[in-house]
Design a binder for this molecule. Structure first.
Ligand code: F6P
Length: 530
């Protein structure tokens, strides 16, 4: 057994789970009329009801004991103070600095930093000011392309954290966005993705944002090459085409060598992970669409959640509670997956963003000390917007054989049709209730067993400040989960090997070293390629 699974808190939870597994949630509610209120927590615009879970007061006591044993509070402080919590890459993880407003963060020589961190706030503010200036100029129509026409079609070229975050923000801030600007995203190596993004756009008015922290991601560079070819086909291949590009990257030299003008290159830093980077200039597409003022409001919301995460006691700490529930089901109930159900179409990109956030962060097999883990780490994260999910996979949630904890995310007011909005809310609440209560029936195929756990997150209205709180909540949940599991959430070595294999196949190198299946498949494909 590992240090963790042999620890007092872990062993106590394992014993407790055996006792609590047979309990029915509806009985727990019947025995405690105050349960719903007691197991709810409100911070800012977020109301979390975690009463529909297979927990009792004893469960929570033992879970918080696990959090104390894991020194979750200390890990939070270490991250905020700029320590190199990304131990395999010897880096800090300071995405919280991207939305901080204090003068210095952290001050050079902060306790625990292994080197003197430059004052990151100077770098963050300077980059943000430049991004805001570009956004304001584009929104004013005062940025022109090679032929002198104002640029108003914006295409973000990026993948993973350089796509999912800005894509989510842009759609979630649709109501705050300038409809005179067209915003598109292309991420896939599949040329069809960029082709679809370019459909109907005017090359003379199109700006491409090449978003790539490393500026080496083959999909993004392929799309950037094709974007330039698309421009050249209409405008001629002239140096002036560089007016149609901007870049967001940690490798400014590569972007400049590619042909992006220096004044259009916006920095990222190695102390911000790609999946945590949308608060930086990676969010440029959203800044352009929604405007700096709304982006500032988004940052302020995330900043508020940062303060909550850093200051709230564990028992009243929203990200910590979500993380404890995640570990409770994955490690002690054997739940393999976790469903995210945002009941708002403008949050339809939320599950995909959260997938990378949690699965690329916590989909690990060794602990911080490099020891193989003997416990489950990240669950598989999946989901879709409601009410669409009800017509796709809720059958499995209600009557399937698997335990799938779910998060219902329910904005309660909006600017659209109030009756339709109410329909959405009613469905979300009904689904969570039905999952918990189940339904008896004479025919076995009509029986819903119930006792299916879910959290319900109510948001007054999904405006940028609340959106910032919600997204930071899930970022911090992932960090807290990693602390509980003693893993590093900030590296992603597992995705590097596949890239190198792809590169060797593409270059026709060392095919004899490839596995027999890949060699056989390559030989089968060969005739089709010509
Ligand atoms: O998926 C691997 C990964 O490195 C992610 O962590 C990152 O968000 C994505 O690829 C894109 O990387 P880049 O921003 O360097 O192009």
């Amino acid at each position: 057994m590992s240090k963790l699974t042999d620890s007092p808190a872990w062993r106590a939870l394992a014993e407790h789970q055996r006792h609590i597994a047979p309990l029915q949630m509806h009985d727990l509610f019947a025995a405690d009329h105050g349960r719903a209120k007691r197991y709810s927590l409100e911070f800012g615009a977020i109301y979390l009801d975690y009463s529909r879970h297979r927990i009792t007061d004893d469960t929570l006591r033992l879970l918080f004991e696990l959090a104390r044993q894991a020194n979750v509070g200390a890990w939070i402080e270490r991250m905020f103070s700029g320590e190199h919590v990304n131990n395999s890459e010897n880096r800090a993880a300071l995405h919280v600095a991207l939305r901080a407003d204090q003068e210095r963060f952290p001050t050079a020589g902060s306790e625990g930093t292994s080197d003197v961190m430059p004052d990151v706030m100077l770098m963050v503010r300077a980059a943000r000011a430049r991004a805001y200036a570009l956004a304001d100029a584009l929104r004013a129509g005062s940025i022109s392309g090679a032929t002198g026409k104002p640029l108003c079609h914006i295409v973000n070229l990026g993948v993973g954290g350089s796509d999912l975050g800005p894509r989510l923000l842009s759609r979630a801030m649709r109501c705050q966005s300038d409809s005179s600007l067209t915003l598109r995203f292309a991420a896939n190596a599949d040329p069809a993705d960029l082709d679809a993004a370019l459909a109907g756009l005017d090359p003379e008015r199109t700006l491409f944002i090449i978003a790539s922290k490393t500026f080496t991601t083959v999909e993004t560079l392929s799309n950037a090459r094709r974007a330039r070819a698309w421009l050249a086909a209409s405008l001629g291949d002239a140096p002036e085409l560089s007016a149609h590009f901007a870049a967001v990257t940690a490798d400014e030299a590569k972007a400049h060598a590619w042909g992006v003008p220096a004044e259009r290159i916006f920095p990222m830093w190695d102390w911000v992970g790609g999946r945590f980077s949308m608060w930086s200039s990676v969010g440029l597409a959203a800044v352009i669409a929604a405007g700096p003022a709304h982006f500032d409001s988004l940052l302020a919301g995330a900043r508020a959640m940062d303060a909550h995460f850093r200051e709230a006691p564990l028992e009243r700490n929203m990200p910590v509670i979500l993380a404890l529930l995640s570990v409770w089901y994955s490690a002690f109930f054997g739940a393999e997956t976790h469903a995210l159900l945002p009941y708002l179409e403008d949050l339809r990109d939320f599950p995909a963003w959260a997938q990378q956030l949690q699965m690329e962060s916590n989909g690990k097999g060794v602990d911080r000390d490099g020891q193989p883990v003997d416990y489950p780490t990240a669950p598989v994260i999946w989901g879709s917007s409601g009410t669409l999910s009800q017509h796709s996979f809720h059958q499995l949630l209600h009557q399937g054989t698997r335990l799938v904890p779910a998060d219902f995310i329910v904005p309660c007011s909006g600017d659209s049709d109030a009756a339709a909005q109410h329909l959405l809310i009613v469905n979300a609440l009904a689904q969570g209730s039905a999952l918990m209560t189940g339904a008896a029936a004479a025919e076995p195929y009509r029986v819903l067993p119930g006792n299916k756990p879910s959290s319900t997150i109510l948001i007054d209205k999904l405006e940028p400040h609340a959106l910032g709180q919600l997204l930071a909540l899930y970022e911090h949940k992932v960090v807290a989960e990693a602390a509980l599991l003693n893993i590093n959430p900030f590296d992603q070595w597992g995705v590097e090997f596949g890239k190198s294999v792809a590169q060797s196949i593409e270059r026709g190198q060392q095919t004899e070293q490839l596995d027999a299946s890949t060699q056989s498949l390559l030989s089968r494909i060969e005739p089709w390629r010509h």
